[in-house]
Design a protein around this ligand. Sequence first.
Ligand SMILES: C[S@@+](CC[C@H](N)C(=O)[O-])C[C@H]1O[C@@H](n2cnc3c(N)ncnc32)[C@H](O)[C@@H]1O
Length: 309
Amino acid sequence: MEFKHEPVLLKEVLEWLNPSPGGIFADGTLGGGGHSERILQKIGDTGTLYGIDRDEDALRAAVSRLQGFPAFHAIHGNFHDIKALIPEASKLDGGLLDLGVSSYQLDTPERGFSYHEDAPLDMRMDRSAGLTAADWLNSVPEKEITNALYDYGDEKWAARIAKMIVERRNKQPLVSTMDLVACVDAAIPKAVRRKEDGHPARRTFQAVRIAVNDEIAPLEQALKDWMDCIRPGGRLCVITFHSIEDRIVKHAFRRMQNPCVCPPQAPICICGKKPVAKVMGGGAIHPAKEELAFNSRSHSATLRVAQKL
Ligand SMILES: C[S@@+](CC[C@H](N)C(=O)[O-])C[C@H]1O[C@@H](n2cnc3c(N)ncnc32)[C@H](O)[C@@H]1O
């Protein structure tokens, strides 16, 4: 299957990263290489771009698209491990994280991300490691499923859906995407399902994907590690697609800008924590009207940028 993914907020990312010839950059979520290709065009043969993805299919597609650029270095790995993945000495001029899954992953039925197709319930971005969604749902305590559905999916029927999943797995383990859709259907009353905006299993699939790929807990530390790898004046651009991630990025960048933990009544700072970065662009940056009109994925996208001090 062809790797189809329209890069989101491309113009804005290029403006903020401002790549110039010889620059050193890292793209922690390479995907189809849409953003990376444009960065590579700007940094030329004397630059360096580390392109990281935990999904080997994505990496293969990006390597085939970007093999003509001598500055490109493909890395299979998790961007949470940035400090181990790129050479210690290379201080980055900028970094990009375009979080979540690609259109290619969502549109490839056998990856198990889609509630529209009957397929094995996998949902791992890195198919060489970790539990599949089916393994996870068949083994973790009911409370853990409920919490994931609440926390990562904002699902108000979380407890009922988790109960249905446990009832189902007690009879027969879940194996396919349609097994999970059936649990959601059984948990949410028909009248509510009919009134739903979008597919009733959308929030559950998002939540299970986030849990299986451990997308949230390590994010704040990862942002700090990325900022450590950036040289003063360089920028970190992060694109998110839902409020849980955006909140983490917003607060992490604010803490980098104002890390002081002294009580407000303290006349001077005694905690000694110094700002490491400055929030750019006034906070949340959203796609322009023109992009919203042609790229439906961009509707939920938010870009945040911080500049290393
Ligand atoms: C939204 S897509 C990126 C699309 C890319 N910017 C483009 O223009 O084609 C996200 C990609 O990041 C990868 N990814 C998500 N979380 C990751 C992580 N923690 N480490 C490495 N790759 C990750 C996914 O496998 C997916 O290919």
